[in-house]
Design a protein around this ligand. Structure first.
Ligand code: SF4
Ligand code: SF4
Length: 313
């Protein structure tokens, strides 16, 4: 497994960060215990960091998987707006992950300088936490090129976690080229960058080699978070990234797992899911409908449905 330095100020990390949304209750693809086993397996294969978020609701799952592995780092994020909310988020992460010191803490889904300004108080709390040694590295995650540019200029920021894949799927404010230009701008300032949704939320899973190769050749992107919900997927991805042949039977198992957003027929048409979808992939036509090509299977809509209608299957 390649190891890379994350920006000017970041640590040495494996090129692949384990994207834990795929094993979390938010996506519900596997049980909590199965997810713990898959993450532990990935760690044993050399992955030394995990990406999560407060809304994934899987701190305990991760704590179990990384127990005895103090070398494994965790990157988490929250939507906190105020200092008090951020203090609560930090404490929740420290307690849930069973770690006194958090490796990475990010503001979740920062889409522009305007969004970041709105979260300034939470950011100030993060700066204080870093000064006190509670967090080692600070950052943002974003689906927008403007978010990358704004993050790069944010005082005290170490890492950015932007959406990036060769088709530009999921970029909410422009083209792939806009995103690449923004990443290049951030990289020149020494910001560490690890990409998300490199397989376009599953839309590019038919050609993972092209997807991984694309990320690897983007100057300034050091690493990528890859969501994996089976040991077979871990093996498959790590073989591909090592440039080794994948046994046909392993390929078959992995490719059988095509996914989509399932909307149950008891949907009441309340529209809550439509409001929270960061991709604008949902709309109402009596009931909720999804534009499959625009859905990156993040599962964020599922957590707001009062009737449990939404699931990634
Ligand atoms: S429809 Fe749901 S799963 Fe798809 S991008 Fe929107 S929030 Fe994510
Ligand atoms: S939140 Fe649930 S009930 Fe409301 S529109 Fe969406 S799927 Fe339907």
């Amino acid at each position: 497994m390649r190891h890379v330095k994350l920006g000017l100020s970041g640590p040495l990390v494996s090129e692949v960060c384990f994207g834990s949304l795929a094993i979390s209750p938010l996506q519900g693809r596997v049980t909590t215990a199965e997810g713990t086993g898959i993450l532990r397996y990935a760690i044993e294969q050399g992955i030394n960091w995990v990406d999560t978020a407060e809304i994934y609701n899987n701190y305990t799952q991760i704590a179990k998987a990384i127990s005895g592995h103090s070398e494994v780092m965790v990157a988490t994020k929250s939507y906190a707006l105020t200092r008090a909310e951020m203090r609560t988020s930090l404490e929740k992460a420290r307690r849930g992950l069973n770690r006194d010191v958090l490796d990475f803490f990010l503001l979740h889904e920062q889409e522009s300088a305007f969004t970041l300004r709105g979260h300034q108080a939470a950011w100030d709390e993060l700066l204080d936490a870093k000064a006190q040694g509670i967090v080692r590295y600070l950052g943002i995650s974003t689906h927008a090129a403007a978010g990358v540019r704004a993050g790069a200029l944010q005082p005290g920021l170490d890492v950015i976690h932007p959406i990036l894949n060769y088709q530009g799927i999921g970029i909410i404010d422009g083209t792939l080229e806009d995103m690449l230009n923004a990443i290049s701008f951030a990289a020149e300032l020494g910001i560490g960058i690890y990409a998300m949704k490199v397989l376009g939320g599953g839309h590019l899973a038919h050609d993972p080699v092209q997807a991984f190769d694309f990320i690897r050749q983007v100057k300034g992107v050091q690493a990528m978070a890859v969501g994996m919900s089976s040991k077979a997927e871990v093996d498959f991805n790590l073989l591909l990234l090592a440039g080794q042949d994948v046994p046909p039977e392993l390929s078959q198992v992995v490719h059988k797992r095509e996914r989509k957003l399932y909307i149950a027929d008891w949907c009441q048409g309340c529209g809550r899911c439509v409001e929270v979808c960061p991709q604008g992939a949902l709309y109402l036509e009596g009931q909720a409908k999804v534009k499959a090509a625009e859905c990156v299977l993040c599962g964020y809509c599922g957590r707001v449905c009062p009737h449990f209608c939404l699931k990634i299957v």
